[in-house]
Design a protein around this ligand. Structure first.
Ligand code: TLP
Length: 343
């Protein structure tokens, strides 16, 4: 049976060019800072995001958590969106690793406004925690891949600067946002003090994320990464794929976005509930209530017919487009889904 895997863009396989680069990678012990390929990837990441330095992380979760550890002190409060990955999907890491508490605010399709953030920042009162960090997710996963505008980010930065609060950007899919807005990534990352982005999602590398920021921030992050067991040795093998990802896989994200729009509008035509305004990048989230099925029942039916999707709530399903899904695969997925909806 033909299979189309729309569960996540994390399922992409490395390209032939990545595998070749991995095979040929020059490597060394990165704990001694002797891996030239890792060093090259980190410098490239810093350059693309307009930051002083970069640090390879085993995952986006590690990048986000270490950023919070560096920016905050115990008992601080971290402003974040209510459905953001750092709060929703990172196993309570903010409480455990940073000893911080989250202050989740409900965004408009995942997007927080400067005014919302301004009014959530704590004042100088003995009873309340210090606001230690503002975390922004761009693109916003659970909201369906929505993007912050440059104006929105600039307004948030103004609030943060006035209160001396750092901004961390969970830019797991920042290159999707950059492609969607037709701007270079650094025009979005310039509004944050630190940014984490993934090479292992739509960009197709097998493993890794990069945390970028000021040099002294990255030096502190390097110590926490070692503490958490993330000091890698001949990691250039992974970095080699990352360099190919950043140099060959960014522009093509536009194809994934086009596929997501085709898929999303087709799902809407079938009578499934979907806010098409959220389909700004490669994520499509829809509600299966009109079918009378739960998300689990719907996803099981899809799976039985070769289409893999993720349950995203009791009645919500997520489909993500990526490099390993062609336009023909999308048409096939639409046909299969339409048959299931019709019963
Ligand atoms: N997201 C994964 C799952 O964890 C939900 C996915 O399939 O979308 N930030 C954002 C916005 C993410 O979407 C993810 C992964 C991460 C951070 C964490 O990255 P990893 O999986 O590398 O730890």
């Amino acid at each position: 049976m033909k299979t189309v895997d729309l569960r996540s863009d994390t399922v992409t396989h490395p390209t032939a060019q990545m595998r070749k680069a991995m095979y040929e990678a020059e490597v060394g012990d990165d704990v001694y800072r002797e891996d030239p390929t890792i060093t090259r990837l980190e410098a490239l990441a810093a350059q693309l995001t307009g930051k002083e330095a970069g640090l390879f992380m085993t995952s986006g979760t590690m990048g986000n958590q270490i950023a919070a550890m560096v920016h905050t002190k115990k008992s601080d409060e971290i402003i974040c969106e209510a459905e953001s990955h750092i709060y929703y999907y990172e196993v309570g890491g903010l409480a455990c690793l940073s000893g911080a508490q989250a202050r989740p605010l409900l965004g408009d399709r995942g997007i927080l406004s400067a005014e919302q953030i301004r009014s959530a920042i704590r004042g100088n009162d003995i009873h309340v925690p210090d606001t230690g960090l503002i975390s922004l997710e761009n693109t916003h996963n659970r909201a369906g891949g929505t993007c912050y505008t440059k104006a929105g980010l600039a307004a948030i930065q103004e609030v943060a600067l006035a209160q001396h609060i750092p901004i961390h950007m969970d830019g797991a899919r920042i290159f999707n946002a950059a492609v969607a807005l037709a701007v270079p990534a650094h025009e979005l990352t310039c509004y944050a003090d630190s940014v984490q982005f993934c090479i292992s999602k739509g960009l197709g590398a097998p493993v890794g994320s990069i945390l970028v920021g000021k040099q002294d921030f990255i030096e502190k992050a390097r110590r926490f990464r070692k503490m958490l067991g993330g000091g890698l040795r001949q990691a250039g093998i992974l970095a080699a794929a990352g360099i190919v990802a950043l140099t060959t896989m960014v522009e093509r994200l536009a194809q994934d976005h086009a596929n997501a729009r085709i898929l999303g509008y087709a799902l809407a035509d079938m009578g499934l509930k979907i806010d098409v305004s959220t389909i700004q990048t490669n994520i499509v989230i829809f509600d299966v209530t009109p079918t009378g099925m739960t998300a689990k029942e719907f996803v099981d039916k899809l799976k039985g017919n070769g289409i893999k999707a993720n349950e995203f709530g009791e009645y919500k399903v997520r489909m993500v487009t990526h490099y390993d899904v062609t336009r023909e695969d999308i048409d096939y997925a639409i046909d299969v889904t339409a048959r299931i909806v019709k019963g």
